[in-house]
Write a protein that binds this ligand. Structure first.
Ligand code: NAD
Ligand code: UDP
Length: 312
């Protein structure tokens, strides 16, 4: 049985990952400070004998006795609303958190996977984005705490790999959605679904022609698990996401139809540095992981809508 640490394990992605690891027979330690996650996300696991919750901040020292075989580092608020609320804390979580998990991996000789992000490409001039693109990121803007925090975490991962031969994997996750996003998460899919179900105005930032590519959570977790099982010589970075690109207007229209909602569109100011286009080039994932997303946007949205119908 493998002993696996999942930081941010009570969050949206982390809780799905914990479910999959427990189902595979692994022992899981979920480390979380419940900043944007919740006990509700892991309630189904809390009585499982192979599952334990370590309630602490990823930037605080880990217990001396902690030794693990694998680490998935997901601890970090992912929604712009949350990560911009306390930007200094966001940088600290990314940078100090990365150092903590890398030191633990070094001590335990564990493999460690970093949940990086498509935000490292910033507002990209190259489309779709391959892993070789270095990105266009504003270092001093309101998104920088997250974008630059994640970029610095990638740097730390690659330096620990080169300097200390720590076994690393860096995945760059593109917009992912599904059940267990918080209703007040602030990201576009949950905002649109909650508004549509309440027949309230759907808030479109800017003209709504900016694009994102949305991946359903089950597909994404499958890719993360596959990445961890690649040979030690494969360190990434590797893009994980769905290459189907949609405008926010298309997303709103699809959600209104699926919810049979009477919501109308309300146009609001576009936040600064909001990327105009985003779509992953997933050739590397297809080749290395033998993976590509399988869930169509409409089907994934239906599952997310079913979830939100129960919680709002
Ligand atoms: P989330 O906000 O639902 O989950 C983050 C989890 O980390 C929460 O449970 C939160 O309580 C915990 N956390 C935050 N700061 C912490 C700290 N200092 N110490 C301990 N725990 C802390 O977000 P998510 O969508 O599940 O994202 C998980 C990870 O994946 C994040 O690192 C995020 O940057 C990355 N990611 C997500 C997406 C996406 O579309 N969901 C895209 C790119 C990258
Ligand atoms: N967005 C929107 N209305 C909302 C929330 C977000 O139009 O209620 C837009 C946002 O400006 C961005 C896109 O949707 O262009 C995706 O935003 P999200 O916060 O989900 O993720 P990110 O910008 O980090 O990709």
């Amino acid at each position: 049985m493998k002993k696996i640490l999942v930081t941010g394990g009570a969050g949206f992605l982390g809780s799905h990952l914990c479910d999959r690891l427990i189902a595979a027979g692994d022992q899981v330690i979920c480390l979380d400070n419940l900043h944007t996650g919740s006990r509700g996300n892991i309630a189904q696991l809390e009585t499982h004998p192979n599952f334990s919750l370590l309630l602490q901040d990823v930037t605080d020292p880990f217990p001396e006795s902690l030794n693990v075989d694998e680490i998935y580092n997901l601890a970090c608020p992912a929604s712009p609303v949350h990560y911009q609320n306390d930007p200094v804390r966001t940088v600290r979580t990314n940078v100090h958190g990365a150092i903590n998990v890398l030191e633990l991996a070094r001590k335990s000789n564990a493999k460690v996977l970093q949940a990086s992000t498509s935000e490292v490409y910033g507002d990209p001039e190259v489309h779709p984005q391959p892993e070789s693109y270095w990105g266009q990121v504003n270092p001093i803007g309101i998104r920088s705490c997250y974008d630059e925090g994640k970029r610095c975490a990638e740097t730390l991962f690659f330096d620990y790999w080169r300097q200390y031969q720590v076994r690393i994997k860096v995945v760059r996750i593109f917009n992912t959605y599904g059940p267990r996003m918080q209703k007040n998460d602030g990201r576009v899919v949950s905002n649109f679904i909650v508004s549509a179900l309440n027949n309230e105005n759907i808030t479109i930032y800017g003209d709504g022609l900016q694009t994102r590519s949305f991946c359903y959570v089950d597909d994404l977790i499958d890719a993360m698990l596959r990445t961890m099982q690649t040979q030690d010589t494969f360190v990434g970075p590797i893009n994980l996401g769905n290459p189907q690109e949609n405008t926010m207007l298309e997303l709103a229209t699809a959600i209104i139809a699926l919810c049979k909602s009477t919501s109308e569109l309300e146009f609001m100011d576009l936040p600064s540095d909001d990327p105009k286009r985003r779509m992953p080039d997933i050739d590397l994932a297809r080749k290395i992981l033998k993976w590509q997303p399988t869930v169509e946007l409409k089907d994934g949205l239906r599952s997310a809508i079913e979830y939100f119908e129960k919680i709002i």
